[in-house]
Ligand binder design. Sequence first.
Ligand code: NAD
Length: 260
Amino acid sequence: MLKGKTALVTGSTSGIGLGIARALAGQGCAVMLNGFGDAAEIENIRANLAAEAGVDVRYNGADLSQADQIATLVGETVETLGGVDILVNNAGIQHTAPVTDFPPDIWDKIIAIMLTGAFHATRLALPHMLAKGWGRIINTSSVHGLVASIHKSAYVSAKHGIMGFTKVVALETAQSGVTCNAINPGFVHTDLVQAQIEDRAAAIGKPVADAARDMLSEKQPSLDFVTVDQIGALCLFLCSDAASQITGVPIPIDGGWTAQ
Ligand code: NAD
């Protein structure tokens, strides 16, 4: 379905981003991976994905909190893969603390990576999509782009912010063949959530499995985690012709979290 197309997926060395990159590559899309991690492990991921899918897969380790590195990332994607047809703004981090204790430098970092970083990647990639008359921008927001939880002020602010950005980009591109949407996952069992589960296990003095169940029962009515493959499949749908009139909207994939 995506043969001849190219995608840049930020924060794709693990978790949701890697799941999305795998889904896109599986449909014939060339992919630029991005994110942090052990160099040998990342090379392994890159080489395996390229071999499994039979597509060109590259990697650039740009820090999404740095505008100049984002420019290099987008530039290298265009230069090596021939364009950026699909941009997935996915890189993200989490930090939990009450507002009064929230470290200002971590606030700045979260906003920089998850909101300002998405702005830079989009403003730099969009002209390449407009030139071809086709493009897909998918912003990994969260249920926390729609509702709030305590102790996540920076995260919830960044994720709500990206919802506004998604709508503006959708309106500005409405007649261009480009769509811009947000996906809003509930709990997905990735490294980012594992850290929260472990913190909770330590706080309540229970095993990690009990803490995971606790966490789900508080928020996610399905009592099950969303999988990265399900998110990959949702992104493929958004890249299909069937989704060409879907733009500027949040798409929850959350086991009923935001229905409450
Ligand atoms: P993860 O920790 O597995 O992945 C985060 C990715 O972002 C990694 O590749 C990491 O290296 C990269 N990254 C972090 N800081 C970066 C930076 N400064 N520059 C470039 N890359 C950076 O976590 P995940 O759960 O897969 O999170 C991916 C996205 O999904 C995030 O935006 C997160 O907020 C969002 N999300 C996650 C969940 C969940 O339950 N896991 C739910 C909703 C939304």
